[in-house]
Design a protein around this ligand. Structure first.
Ligand code: MG
Length: 336
């Protein structure tokens, strides 16, 4: 197989701000993997707070190319074991290769991945639409703009969190609202704010505190009446068992765990631990989003809106209906 990697710069509709960062352009990487007549497509979304950049990702992919030369797309286990071993700090680049390999397998078999895995495409969840951190006026404008999306994920982690959430609830009395603090709160703050959020009918709270303290997550969980989801605390399959009893569910992102194979492992591990499953994303084109969506019939929640937040998506794959339910493509592989 021959691997080609190139920069994929995605322009955001609005500056995207969370408790940790702000950006106007997502510096992603597109991977094309050629095997005979077929080409598989993959994408990396390097995560800067894990020390990854577009450059480090391209560099890693260039070094991965020789490892792939002698393999076929069906050598998933061998290829991914080697890449995981040699590039432990570049799970996003590994995810791009993993997705391209799965895309090739699907194309070789003439099947979309959901069908290959035996999944029911009618069981996809609705995706949330994310409202990033902004001034109260900007949040109001964004909520109005997001009128057609029935599920909103509100990014919090600023001083006037509750004021913003009250205003969103007032503007959207019937919508499902989720909250993601991206590690921006303390235990005490989370417990205090949870009471008010319960009254506002928030569906769940995602990653209120920084990772590395599952005992603190458990304290929060035992104190509050809202479900608690881990995101930054659940990067890869090996993180899942220790979260049992500490949270109600985990957010799985392909670029954190290293792709579809690891994502599937996380799903089954989480289920065995009695945890709910959310599929999430970074700012991503339809390549990464359509890949993640292939797993979505196995998920309880989806936050796969990365492609809806950009203005120059070069691909088309998974779509959403007027209730924001994911519609899986019929095309082979990841379906882009
Ligand atoms: Mg999150």
């Amino acid at each position: 197989m021959r691997l080609l990697a190139s920069p994929l710069n995605l322009r955001l509709r609005h500056t995207f701000t969370t408790a940790r960062s702000a950006s106007d352009i997502a510096h992603n990487v597109l991977v094309r993997l050629r095997a005979g007549e077929l080409e598989g497509c993959g994408e990396a979304a390097p995560v800067h707070y894990y020390g990854q950049t577009q450059e480090s990702c391209l560099r890693a992919l260039r070094r991965m190319a020789p490892c792939l030369r002698a393999h076929t797309p069906f050598d998933l286990e061998a290829v991914l074991r080697e890449l995981g071993h040699r590039f432990p700090k570049e799970p996003s680049a590994i995810a791009a290769v993993d997705i391209a390999l799965h895309d090739l397998i699907g194309k070789r078999l003439g099947l979309p991945l959901w069908k290959y895995w035996g999944l029911d495409p009618s069981r996809t969840p609705r995706t949330s639409f994310t409202i990033g951190i902004a001034s109260l006026e900007r949040v109001v404008a964004k909520v109005r703009e997001a009128e057609k999306y029935p599920v909103l994920k509100i990014k919090v982690g600023v001083a006037n969190d509750l004021e913003i959430l009250r205003e969103v609830r007032r503007l959207a009395p019937r919508k499902t609202l989720r909250v993601d603090a991206n590690c921006g709160w303390t235990v005490k703050e989370t417990i205090a704010k949870a009471r008010a959020m319960e009254k506002l009918g928030i569906e769940f709270i995602e990653q209120p505190i920084p990772p590395g303290n599952n005992a603190a997550l458990k304290r929060i969980k035992n104190f509050i009446g809202l479900p608690l989801m881990a995101d930054e605390s659940s990067l890869a399959p090996e993180d899942v068992p220790a979260l049992r009893g500490c949270v109600d569910g985990i957010n799985i992102k392909l670029v954190k765990c290293g792709g579809l194979r690891a994502g599937m492992q996380m799903i089954h591990t989480a289920r065995a631990c009695g945890l709910k499953i959310m599929l999430g994303c970074m700012i991503e084109s339809s390549v990464l989003i359509s890949a993640a969506a292939q797993l979505s019939p196995l998920a309880d929640y989806a936050d796969l809106d990365g492609n809806l937040l950009i203005t120059n998506d070069p691909f088309r794959g998974v779509r959403v209906d007027n209730q924001a339910k994911l519609i899986l493509p019929q095309a082979a592989g990841i379906g882009v």
